[in-house]
Ligand binder design. Sequence first.
Ligand code: GLV
Ligand code: GLV
Length: 328
Amino acid sequence: MDTKPRVFVTRLIPEEGLNLVRKCCEIEVSDYDGVLPREMLLKKVKGARGILCLLTDTIDREVMEAAGPELRVISNYAVGYNNIEVEEATKRGILVTNTPGVLTETTADLAFSLLMAVARRVVEGDRLVRAGKFRGWEPLLLLGRDIHRSTLGIVGFGRIGQAMARRAQGFNMKVMYSSRHRVEEKVERELGATYHPLDELLTESDFVTLHLPLTPDTHHLIGEKELRLMKKEAYLINTARGPVVDEKALARALKEGWIQGAALDVFEREPKVEAELLTLENVVLAPHLGSASYATRSKMATMAADNLVRALRGEIPPNLVNREVIEG
Ligand code: GLV
Ligand code: GLV
């Protein structure tokens, strides 16, 4: 038997995953409490056959170079993998994997919570109570917008987008969606969703919720022009990736009342938040919590570990992102 392959894990993740890796690999888990600084990352990956990383780690050519020719797999602890230079990995014969499916419902739960929180001004209300300003029931206190029977516009209709449509059914919402590929008619019928070009969806929706990956095509998909198309009473919800929205344009839209409000779980330059947003009452700000439930983070850990271990055994990992690496 060869010596056990060396695996570097960039930050502590739930134990279930680490235990799987421990069984067959020599594992080092970074004990740095935060996003691993670049120089440390470059040093720590040296000689690794596998890297288990997070969406907060930029894994580019330099990191792959620093790891050296032994590097076989990069397992991302996330469904989105815009943090990894996949083309570069493919060129080098490195497998890249992600964690799709397990976080679908959990992320949709969060998106729906944000939608409800902003429409019914829950967070503003909380601030008011804590500030000692609650004087008792008032006829005009913090009026918001109804969720039931409103129109939900879902941009990106993959697993998470469709999970939103299912939730919307329980609220008797009218569901419109827009995506690169139209889904089968049967799925549309089951979910009660109709396909529309983005402009039309923006014009007609009361809530616009984003569920697409960040790619060069989706960068700033929602900018000034799109925000101006939305109704003045409408809300924007983003639980996908920050750069899908032009954050400066959004801050202006919220300040100048082009739209009613927004709820964001992701930001353009995380962990930085556009300063103007912090001053506005009509936006709910969450610290990238989409997949943050005990059960889901644990499943993600197992899945990321399983992908990594299988790749190191020479198998095709179940959630391979760059199939070209084995085909070409
Ligand atoms: C979370 O943002 C993920 O991509 O898993
Ligand atoms: C996530 O799992 C998605 O593809 O929507």
